[in-house]
Design a protein around this ligand. Sequence first.
Ligand code: GBH
Length: 452
Amino acid sequence: MPDGFVWGAATAAYQIEGAVAEDGRGASIWDTFTRRPGAVADGTSGEVACDSYHRWRDDVDLLEKLGVDAYRFSVAWPRVLPAGHGTVNRAGLDYYDRLVDALCERGIRPFVTLYHWDLPQALEDAGGWRVRDTADHFADYAAVVAGRLGDRVQDWITLNEPYVSSMVGYAEGRHAPGATEGHGALAAAHHLLVGHGGAVRALRAARAGARIGITLNLSPAVPATGSAADRAAAHRMDLMLNRQFTDPVLGRTYPDGFAELYAGVSDLSFRRDGDLELIGAPLDFLGVNYYYRIHAADAPRERDDPARRSAFDIGVRSVTREGVPVTDLGWPIEPHGLYETLTGLAQRYPDLPPVYVTENGIAQLRDDPDADPERIAFVAGHLAAAARAAADAPVDLRGYFYWSLLDNFEWARGYGPRFGLVHVDYPTGTRTPRASYHWLRERLSGRTGNRF
Ligand code: GBH
């Protein structure tokens, strides 16, 4: 990788912090959702998680010894604004202030994600992302965080994976807030993007030198067979998963065929004049989270009546292809999908900003700090694919963040899946670096002059 390439590791607040009722933090939709019976596979929550709210010094030590240039973490909105807007909770900001200081002291560049799915419950009670007010509150929250951390933080990520916050949370119902809506979920997706645009504007106003991006989870949707029906299914999946987000953000346009896909489900009346200018304002970088390709097969819709359909009900089934290796979670391992994602972006969007891979990683189910040979091959394979994409296409690839520094709370799947370079023993909080951590440390230790 070129000089100046940023090597990092990533986490998210609700997945690692714990301390959900400490120092004035308000409730988030994940505190509520995890109490719903059956919502989380093992019945757990982020109540304690990795206890990083108390053990953050250990995390910073691990990052420093790893030798990374950067750490991507998220700020919990309900720690900063317990009701989502209004009164600022200084104690919540103090936590991130200390963390940022410690990172800067060690020469580790903070990449701050402002929203990694933990919406204040009070805002959900007022309509959540279905309503435009939430987008306005998000922009105000961004300004508050920038006001406190912006003298040391330059790199900001507004949203993590608005696809997941909207479509998995409000349409599929597998994530908080656990709704299965049509129009409401599409409105949520749109308002997330409006919130992104508002936050970009607020951050630029607050900090002249800010570098601002958004992180999208992108998966090439490839037809399971050559049939016309499967090809059409892959196209529908691409619209819902990728282009609903990339077209407005990178192309200042709504995707062709989107209104037809959701005819009868939603009239898209939440779109307003001026939204695309706001959403599509120039960015300093795009964050790409890549995990897998989707092999899409045509499938019957769950509901015949579009008025009763969830926005997830688009008549597509994800299938596993014979001969494609999978992770312990059943996710296909296809580094070439990252190549396709990056080159595809460059092809479709002539003004593509610099790109960071802000997440890429592999989970194992075994609770064993000594087992992770697959992780090294996974990372090496995806790095090679990303480098090939940057060589073959106009992709200005600036960095790679492994997901995750630590084993952590994997949302609806609880604590079973372990993505960490570092094993966490949850009962004691003990952190043990895995072989892949040592492998990466050795690779990074050979470099010179890459620190900021
Ligand atoms: C990321 O999402 C998240 O940003 C991060 O918080 C998370 O820990 C990490 O991935 C690992 O999952 O459950 O097999 O039905 C990645 C996008 C979208 C991937 C939903 C999993 C469900 C597939 N995710 N998808 S499955």
